[in-house]
Ligand binder design. Structure first.
Ligand code: AMP
Ligand code: GLY
Length: 421
């Protein structure tokens, strides 16, 4: 069958790589894609926000399934439109995508269904928010409702930071009328837990751990993620079972009961507290860069699993994984997550990929005049598998060193928490 993949990052390159390997895939299209995705798929120039244009493309190219990588098109109702036109979509409709689109929506689902999460309050007024934080004290977490490309959260460790943070998140929500959520600071290690969901059926996939801070040792500002590995020893079988029963299943049931069933991959961002896993956020898509370490470990056919979620047959499926560890190191433009200079040349990806177990996923690159140039903040994901995490890590950094890109940098300690255990 012909498949259209929506997106242009490293996550979508990993999805394209796995979809292209499926015996069920006929023609694989990607919109807008990137030079790495172009090795696996035919790139098409579509305006994703023009849902009618996406529909027309699917109809004229006999596309049987649309796989949506990022959250924004889902929150904007792309799945609603395409399903309305009789086209199958992997990814939730807008109402269910509110799990990522609105922090407030998620907090209310949790509160109403006894799903473990931090205590919270929400505010439309900055003075009231400041008064509240004067009482609670720090550390405290401030979240602007709505999609803010991962920049809508302030973790304030002191009262002064909290006061400045309140102004910052209120400035982000602006006049949109959405609230600011103020949440209890949760202590513990973070883990990402991925499940396929169709209505009330939940099929757990795997866990991964991201590295959100820009510098080694988890220092510096938050980013979209500087590297990831899977599996994560901190997420034991027992904790995974608890996250499934106490968090993901009740969430799926709540949405189904509300008449807005979830279909797609549900990414639970967890903090493993002393009392057990608590949810800090939901994402309605695969993680980026977590997807880049899940795909190389997945033994089963990805397209079969995505179709089962769309067709409501997940209950009959199981998932098998290679007995390997995977790690991905994000190469980012110098200056990221602040300002950076795009356009520097990247060389040596072939040398990196010649190393056993290594695949380089493109995130923010473009081809120009036969040269590969950096265009984004996060530019490449150097990914490696190995029999152990240590082996995967050493292959990944060997591959990083084979790449010649003076305009970039990476963290040198991806995987440290697991290796330090
Ligand atoms: P989010 O965008 O919700 O993933 O938040 C960004 C980062 O802020 C997370 O990866 C956590 O490191 C941190 N964070 C979010 N909520 C909390 C919380 N309640 N307690 C502690 N840290 C949090
Ligand atoms: N890696 C974090 C995210 O995808 O949201």
């Amino acid at each position: 069958m012909n498949v259209l993949l929506i997106g242009s990052g490293g996550r979508e390159h990993a999805l394209a790589w796995k979809l292209a390997a499926s015996p069920l895939t006929g023609k694989l299209y990607a919109a807008p894609g990137n030079p790495g995705i172009a090795q696996e798929a035919t790139l098409v120039d579509l305006t994703i926000s023009d849902h009618r244009a996406v529909e027309n493309f699917c109809k004229s190219h006999e596309v049987a399934l649309v796989v949506v990588g990022p959250e924004a098109p889902l929150v904007a109702g792309l799945a609603d439109h395409l399903e309305g036109a009789g086209i199958k979509v992997f990814g939730p409709r807008a109402a269910a995508a509110q799990l990522e689109g609105s922090k407030s929506f998620t907090k209310h689902i949790c509160a109403a269904n006894n799903i473990p999460t931090g205590k919270f309050a929400e505010f439309h007024n900055r003075e009231a928010a400041k008064k509240y934080v004067q009482q609670t004290g720090a550390p405290i977490v401030l979240k602007a409702d709505g999609l803010h490309a991962g920049k809508g959260v302030v973790v304030a460790m002191t009262l002064a930071e909290a006061m400045a943070g309140i102004d910052q998140v209120f400035d982000m929500t602006g006049k949109s009328g959405v609230p600011v959520v103020i949440e209890e600071f949760l202590e513990g290690e973070e883990a990402s837990f991925f499940c396929l969901v169709d209505g009330e059926t939940v099929l757990p996939l795997a866990s991964a751990q991201d590295h959100k801070r820009v510098f080694d040792g988890d220092k510096g500002p938050n980013t979209g993620g500087m590297g990831a590995y899977s599996p994560t020893p901190v997420m034991t079988k027992e904790l995974e079972q608890r996250a499934l029963e106490e968090i993901v299943k009740p969430t799926a049931r709540a949405l189904a009961k509300a008449g807005t069933p979830y279909r797609g991959v549900l990414y639970a961002g967890l903090i493993l507290t002393r009392e057990g896993p608590k949810v800090i956020e939901y994402n309605v898509r695969f993680g980026d860069p977590e997807c880049q370490v899940l795909m190389p470990r997945l033994k089963d056919d990805l397209l079969t699993l995505l179709l089962a979620a769309c067709d409501g047959t997940l209950g009959k499926m199981s998932v098998r994984w290679h007995d390997l560890s995977a790690i991905t190191v994000v190469l980012a433009s110098k200056g990221y997550p602040g300002e950076y200079q795009p356009g520097s040349e990247i060389r040596g990806i072939e040398r990196a990929e010649a190393i056993e177990g290594v695949t380089v996923f493109h995130a923010g690159t473009k081809l120009q005049g036969g040269k590969l140039l950096a265009t984004g903040g996060r530019v490449m994901n150097v990914t490696a598998t190995g029999k152990t995490l240590k082996e995967a890590q050493s292959r990944a950094y060997q591959a990083v060193d084979a790449i010649d890109w003076p305009g970039g940098f990476c963290r040198r300690d991806i995987g440290w928490r697991a290796l330090a255990r």
